[in-house]
Design a protein around this ligand. Structure first.
Ligand code: URA
Length: 269
């Protein structure tokens, strides 16, 4: 059994940290058959704003301006309602509400668990270490953060980063449902067990839920939205292994293929 301070455990922690820093340094490339020690190519600079290449990239993932304005307005109204929410006690302990951010016409919505300390300080989702890894994953998919929408099941931080409680999820979930009804994404990526189990109304482990495409129904008779569950970036940081990393990349490839988006060159297995 590994005790804290046990040399084996310390070495494993340091190894994890170094490997995760490799990710966090902008090297989050899907490994496939690639070995982590290989020197990674430098990402080519983004096409300049206004250039035809940038326009194509935007068109792939964004829809036109009018619905965008309308959806943004509805999201802003919703954030105002969230701001005065006192349905559970988290409103009293949080520093800032973390409603979510991104493209109101996004084709992909990433849903995490709940804000952590950095998110609570900034009022923005996924801005800490797990957030940096999520950003790297999104970029490895050939997308940019502002092209997708990122939010959480809970909009307020649970104290000490404890797990969300059932009553808190029940109190908050309607806000996420409303966000999804407004954005109407084609794909939801559920990050981690809490998001996957809540959205799929399942008790299965994340290991069983990941690796396939599910259907999420925003309303009983509505058109389903595709949902892919994967490991939470924070889990990946704590449990780095080439296999876990490969699993997450497989899930993200599935997302791209389901949406007819290209898997970035050089990153296919
Ligand atoms: N973890 C989450 O689930 N959400 C965040 O916003 C940050 C970390």
């Amino acid at each position: 059994m590994n005790q804290p301070g046990n040399p084996g455990e310390v070495i494993r922690t340091v190894q994890n940290q170094l490997e995760c820093d490799l990710y966090l340094g902008g090297y989050w490339l899907p490994i496939g058959k690639l070995k982590p020690a290989v020197k990674m190519p430098v990402r080519p600079p983004a096409a300049p704003a206004g250039s035809p290449a940038r326009a194509v990239s935007q068109e792939r993932i964004m829809s036109d301006a009018e619905p965008r304005k309308e959806k943004q307005k509805r999201l802003d109204d919703l954030v105002r309602r969230m701001g005065s929410c006192c349905r559970c006690s988290l409103a009293q302990t949080r520093l800032h509400l973390v409603p979510g951010e991104g493209n109101p016409c996004a084709r992909i919505v990433f849903v995490g668990e709940a804000p952590g300390a950095s998110e609570d300080e900034q009022g923005r989702p996924f801005v800490g270490r797990a957030g940096q890894l999520l950003t790297n994953i999104i970029e490895a998919m050939g997308l940019r953060r502002q092209e997708v929408y990122i939010c959480n099941i809970l909009k307020c931080r649970p104290p000490e980063n404890r797990d969300p409680q059932a009553n808190e999820i029940a109190a908050c979930i309607e806000y996420l449902y409303e966000q999804l009804r407004i954005i109407e994404p084609e794909m939801i990526v559920a990050l981690g067990a809490h998001a996957a189990k809540t959205l799929l109304n399942s008790t299965a482990a994340i290991g069983e839920l990941r690796g396939r495409v599910h259907a999420y129904y925003p309303e009983p008779l509505s058109k389903p939205i595709k949902l892919v569950a994967t490991y939470h970036p924070a889990y990946l940081l704590r449990n780095y292994s080439p296999d876990n990393r490969r699993r997450v990349w497989h899930d993200m490839q599935m997302v791209l293929k389901e949406l007819g988006l290209p898997v970035p060159r050089g990153k296919q297995e």
